[in-house]
Write a protein that binds this ligand. Structure first.
Ligand code: AHR
Length: 767
């Protein structure tokens, strides 16, 4: 008989704020996403720095009888320098195309149209409407009465939709001939999340709020630090102060994911959203160092950046008598936001970051000792960047350290015990970005299994899946938790798993025992890295010579290789347990280095030594499983146009690399395996409930007798994600293919006989 006994009174660990969200403005998560604005390029500020094909009239069209030009001579203000000058005849119009297939308006709903106009027309009418160009139908309509003015004047009208369309265009039709200067053309739903002005798209925000996140990290990962050091540069790093104030006075910026950010969704709005969801805000500031360029602000100038960070804390927590508290209050929020967590940096590696971090840390600690400061551990779950981050966090006494990794499901299955031997007394782990590569049902249930281990680890304090949002027509990165177009959303299986764990986190993990549930099931018996060896240039040209392979004592000398066009060269095949590959290499052009694949069973399953990978920063070992890569060893290395002697030594699954005789990588590639049933248990002291989460990754049912030791519980709500094929996904057309179902059951004498379905995630809430 298989049994689980939950000891409701034996507290194992406080769960605190464990499960939260990570918002990054990637995949048009903000403009054209969570931010409610329906007009694209509302202030004519788009330009080629944002994206090569952008210009100030992107997303705009006009009637033939209308002349237009974008000018900067007499701008609305110094942040918003471009405006549109229209030379209209009576009946001329301009059109905005919105995002995706167009502008979405819903029957009976209201929309606020606003615009800044300066005109020489003494008195006139402008008709504003949402039409479908091809059908010609009008879906919403309003009229703005304008008067001649020397300066820009704001006009506003509320349109009520008479029908629904998601292919709409915003038409602005001029009744009187004349010259009109236009700026900040906006169409905003009245029905935003919590009814906030300049607010958030309701369906997306609600789906996030329903997860009951404990915190939200924002405004992004690479978005925060991938930019210029000058805060007035178009492609600046994310400087939070520039996102405050009236929206027409906020600058328009390049978003490093190759589009434009209006900053209409700025820091004030992020804080409000957190408050509205009941989540703690967790902002991340750049530390004056851009790892993408290896460029940092001079240490003598760092003071300004540190002060900006202190100002952020004052903005969030200071009372109205403080300068930044006053700014917050004037924006509409007199009460403090109650900031507790602050991240400095996002997965930076290299000395440039770690010499700057202490300045921030010291200043924050001195002035705001109550703030929990978060350091950063690079982009991988292991390696040099990771170790540097942890060293810095321990040395300075950071409260938490932000870890990021995106890996294959097989990596997660092989590394369930990743945090087992972490010191619970040192800095706590904030797993600030993680996901298995994919949005299938299988990805989601493997993540669920991993989350049971996160919940049990005393070293892990916070965790959030990444990225959170993706507009289907503007994909920069996938997988993502929640997808959408201009009128629909799609919750992925991964979303459901996150929600199950988040909503039912509990206040404290408690002890439990498993009986007859301890089987460990290996997923493969591939103990040796047999298979092909291939070498490919990574966007370079160069030469390889003196190639030798020694396999189980036998030496083979192989031919020279000319590296060009990223052509893959087959070197040899390995059949035994041990081999050593040696060769000489010299790059003649390009910035990176080589990809050396070994143990290649086919083109989707192999190990890879990346020599000069990413931006020529990495000397990594990666496990590629079913085409999805996981970094298992990382060293910093910059390849130069010099001669290198490279050596790869493999014994079983133990891999070592040497560069000019010096060891660089030394790692054992662990094989994936399944636990018979992944389980975690908690109590919610506020609700008086007990919670059991169980993940069955096997293909068989698990019949289990559950016993609750301690206080009597009479019933259980069961939330189940089960019964789907492993490759099942949701789509916008079939958004509910994979979803959770709820049922209730009763307990007898604090016991429940339950059969966990194959490939399932189950949360039971006992009350
Ligand atoms: O989540 C997508 C990106 O992955 C983030 O911007 C960055 O932090 C990470 O590399």
């Amino acid at each position: 008989m298989k049994k689980i006994t939950v000891y409701q009174d034996k507290i194992y660990k406080e769960l605190g704020d464990l499960y939260g969200l990570f918002f990054e403005d990637i995949n048009h998560a903000a403009d054209g996403g969570l931010y409610g604005e329906l007009v694209q390029n509302r202030s004519f500020e788009f330009c080629e720095i944002d994206k090569p094909e952008y210009h100030s009239l992107t997303a705009w069209d006009k009637a033939e009888n209308c002349q237009w030009q974008v000018l900067t001579e007499k701008p609305l203000n110094e942040e918003n320098t471009h405006y549109l000058q229209v030379n209209a005849e009576s009946g001329s119009y301009i059109i905005n195309n919105g995002f995706n297939s167009g502008i979405f308006v819903e029957e009976e709903k209201e929309y606020v149209f606003s615009i800044y106009i300066r005109t020489d027309v003494a008195q006139g009418e402008i008709v504003v409407s949402v039409d479908e160009p091809e059908e010609g139908g009008i879906y919403a309509k309003g009229v703005v009465e304008v008067k001649a003015s020397e300066e820009f004047v704001k006009y506003q009208v509320v349109l009520k939709a008479t029908n629904t369309t998601w292919n709409g265009r915003l038409y602005i039709t001029f009744g009187e001939a004349g010259v009109y200067d236009l700026d900040m053309v906006s169409l905003f739903p009245v029905d935003t999340y919590k009814g906030r002005e300049n607010g958030l798209r309701k369906d997306i925000a609600q789906a996030l709020a329903e997860m009951k996140p404990k915190f939200m990290r924002f405004p992004g990962g690479c978005l925060t630090h991938d930019g210029a050091l000058d805060d007035h540069a178009r492609n600046s790093m994310y400087r939070w102060k520039r996102t405050l104030g009236p929206i027409q006075k906020r600058p328009s910026w390049r978003n490093n994911w190759r589009y434009n950010q209006t900053l209409g969704l700025g820091y004030y709005e992020y804080f409000c959203f957190c408050e509205d969801m009941g989540a703690k805000p967790l902002p991340v500031v750049p530390a004056g160092f851009n790892p993408h360029k290896g460029e940092g602000v001079a240490l003598e100038q760092l003071e300004e950046w540190v002060q900006e960070t202190l100002d952020l804390i004052e903005f969030a927590n200071g009372d109205e008598s403080t300068p930044m508290g006053k700014v917050r209050s004037e924006m509409g929020h007199p009460a403090p936001f109650g900031l507790e967590y602050l991240g400095v940096g996002n997965e930076e590696i290299g000395a440039g970051f770690f010499e700057r971090y202490p300045y921030f840390h010291k200043a924050i600690r001195e002035k705001y000792p109550e703030i929990k400061i978060i350091n950063t551990a690079g982009p991988f779950a292991v390696g040099e960047g990771y170790e540097d981050g942890w060293r810095s966090a321990r040395e300075h006494g950071s409260d938490l350290i932000d870890e990021h990794y995106y890996s294959s499901p097989e990596w997660f299955l092989a590394n369930m015990h990743h945090y087992e031997d972490y010191d619970e007394k040192g800095p706590k782990v904030f797993l600030g970005e993680y996901a298995s590569w994919g949005n299938t049902y299988y990805n989601a249930i493997v993540e669920a299994a991993y989350m049971t281990h996160l919940e049990r680890s005393k070293a892990v304090a916070l965790a959030c899946y990444a990225p959170m949002l993706c507009n289907v027509d503007y994909v920069n990165w996938q997988p993502d938790m929640l997808w959408f177009d201009n009128h629909r959303i799609m919750k992925t299986p991964n979303y459901y798993v996150q929600k199950m764990f988040m909503e039912n986190q509990g206040t404290d993990a408690v002890e439990f025992t498993k009986e007859n549930l301890g089987e460990i099931i290996p997923l493969t018996d591939e103990v040796n890295l047999v298979g092909g060896i291939f070498i490919t240039g990574n966007d370079i040209t160069g030469s390889i010579w003196d190639v030798q392979v020694e396999e189980d004592g036998v030496v083979r000398t192989l031919g020279d290789v000319s590296v060009e066009d990223n052509t893959q060269h087959h070197i040899t095949d390995i059949t035994g347990e041990k081999f050593t590959l040696t060769f000489k290499f010299k790059r003649s052009s390009g910035r990176k280095g080589l990809k050396i694949n070994f143990g290649a069973r086919d083109d989707k399953n192999f190990l890879q030594w990346e020599f000069g990978g990413w931006d020529n920063w990495d000397c990594n070992i990666m496990n590629v499983s079913k085409g999805r890569g996981s970094t298992i060893s990382h060293r910093i290395f910059h390849v130069r146009d010099e001669e290198y002697t490279l050596k790869l030594v493999v014994e079983g699954r133990h891999i070592k690399t040497y560069v000019n005789g010096e060891i660089y990588n030394d790692v054992v590639d662990h094989l994936p395996e399944l636990e018979e049933l992944y389980v975690t248990a908690s109590v919610d002291k506020k609700q008086g409930t007990t919670i059991l989460k169980a993940v069955n990754l096997t293909g068989e049912v698990k019949e289990v007798v559950l016993t609750l030791d301690g206080a009597e519980k009479k019933q259980a709500e069961i939330i189940s994600l089960a019964g789907y094929s492993l490759d099942a996904v949701n789509t916008l057309d079939e958004p509910d293919k994979v979803k959770t179902v709820k049922s209730d059951t009763v307990l007898e004498d604090n016991q429940l006989h339950y059969t966990f379905p194959p490939h399932s995630v189950t949360v039971m809430v006992f009350s």
